[in-house]
Design a binder for this molecule. Structure first.
Ligand SMILES: NC(=O)c1ccc[n+]([C@@H]2O[C@H](COP(=O)([O-])OP(=O)(O)OC[C@H]3O[C@@H](n4cnc5c(N)ncnc54)[C@H](O)[C@@H]3O)[C@@H](O)[C@H]2O)c1
Ligand SMILES: [Zn+2]
Length: 376
């Protein structure tokens, strides 16, 4: 069991990582367990698998808990779904001394965190992330929110949890596609960190067992520590936190062009990362040779990303819509070498197009080679 700390002064919190970590839930609570009323929100796919163990961990420490199950999938990040959560809490006279617990992937932590932030102007909450993506990304950093018909995550709040408990046992039941989606973000961190994270990811891929718990423990720990440190340095995303968007300008374009269907976000990130290395190599001549080992890792992961048709013009058009929303200039995170990210805003549209074209070309030849079709 290891603990990584997100250092935010009095709002600092631990990320507890390990097999069997669910047993630490009660100890992680901010108050004496017997004084806590906990409202626990589960993802519907997670509930039948894990509600007994979660509730046992809470009731063993005499925490009173009431539970609510949210439908799985992105549609739960809506104003309607949030409305049902407010009703549930307020009908039971929730008070500001109560506690909210989110059990599920990024969908559940985003919507539940937003409801926690806005009910009675903020109720303390904690997260038990159950997907790899949420352990390394969505559960860390306090970005909460729901979608609007004009775009994803447009309504939200910063509301840091009091703890994140990552029980690696929970990953055993995760479909390969969802593991790969989390791996997309882990590979992103490897590009941002450089060595020794790159070698770690390489060893994990060589082992060929994506559910290997020891490897996952190290990968989750290193990723969480990295994201936690970036969040501590730039909580509200006014500067340094933007490096976490490595590969994401392209990924958002690709996802948007497909109406957010067909590929998981983390899978689109894998394509985006390859395009970002292409663009980096166009931007700095010397980058190409430094990025060879990193590209090799991205390509290995790309083999797990199911093959689907991507319309490059639509993806590029979606990228410029995204740009208008964030700022007037298109910004890319590029790597002069692994571990050296830069935020660049003078990229030519032609270089961006060529880079995406090259990445999609590689995807067409190797995408899906190792994909299972057992996922959703
Ligand atoms: N707040 C942030 O900083 C942040 C960062 C990244 C992503 N996100 C958001 O996260 C969401 C995606 O999250 P996600 O990838 O975790 O997907 P998800 O929450 O949709 O979960 C994916 C699927 O896995 C199933 N599942 C979850 N845990 C399981 C387990 N242990 N065993 C078996 N099945 C399990 C769920 O039922 C669901 O069907 C997106 O909405 C994205 O916008 C937020
Ligand atoms: Zn992402």
């Amino acid at each position: 069991m290891t603990t990584v700390k997100v250092k935010l002064g009095i709002r600092s919190y631990p990320i507890i990582i390990g097999t069997g970590a669910v047993k630490r839930l009660a100890r992680a609570m901010p108050r004496r367990p017997s004084h806590i009323r906990c409202f626990t929100f589960f993802d519907a796919g997670v509930y039948p698998l894990y509600h007994t163990i979660v509730n046992r961990s809470l009731s063993g420490k005499r925490i009173q808990s009431s539970e609510f199950v949210l439908p799985s999938g992105e549609q739960s990040k809506s104003a309607e779904a949030a409305g049902a959560l407010y009703d549930f809490l307020l009908d039971q006279q929730v008070s500001r001394s109560d506690f909210i617990l989110a059990v599920g992937g990024g969908v559940v932590s985003d919507v539940v965190g937003y409801v926690a932030a806005t009910t009675m102007r903020g109720i303390h909450w904690g997260i038990l992330p159950t997907t790899l993506l949420s352990m390394v990304d969505a559960a860390i950093g306090g970005k909460t929110g729901i979608n609007h018909r004009s775009g994803k995550n447009l309504i939200g709040a910063f509301w840091q949890p009091r703890f994140v408990v990552c029980d690696l046992d929970f990953l055993r039941t995760l479909a390969q596609r969802d593991l790969v989606a989390g791996l997309g973000e882990i590979v992103k961190y490897a590009g941002l960190i450089g060595e020794p994270m790159l070698s770690l990811v390489q060893r994990y891929l060589e082992k060929g067992e994506l559910h290997d718990e020891n490897m996952l423990q190290s990968l989750v720990q290193k990723s969480a520590a990295f994201k936690g440190a970036i969040v501590a340095a730039d909580e509200h995303d006014n500067g340094r936190r933007a490096v976490l968007n490595l590969g994401h300008t392209f990924a958002h374009g690709v996802e948007h062009s497909m109406g957010y269907a067909e590929l998981r976000h983390g899978e689109a990130v894998v394509l985006g990362l390859l395009a970002a290395t292409e663009l980096s190599s166009r931007y700095w001549k010397s980058a190409a040779k430094y990025l060879v080992p990193y590209r090799r890792i991205i390509e290995q992961v790309m083999r797990f990303v199911p093959k689907t048709r991507i319309d490059i013009d639509k993806a590029l058009a979606a990228m410029s819509v995204d740009k208008k929303r964030v700022s007037q200039v298109q910004r890319f995170v590029l790597l002069s070498r692994p571990g050296s990210p830069h935020i660049i805003s003078d990229v030519s549209p032609n270089a961006a197009r060529k880079s995406l074209e090259a990445a999609l070309h590689t995807y067409e030849s190797i995408g899906g080679v190792n994909a299972t079709h057992s996922g959703r």
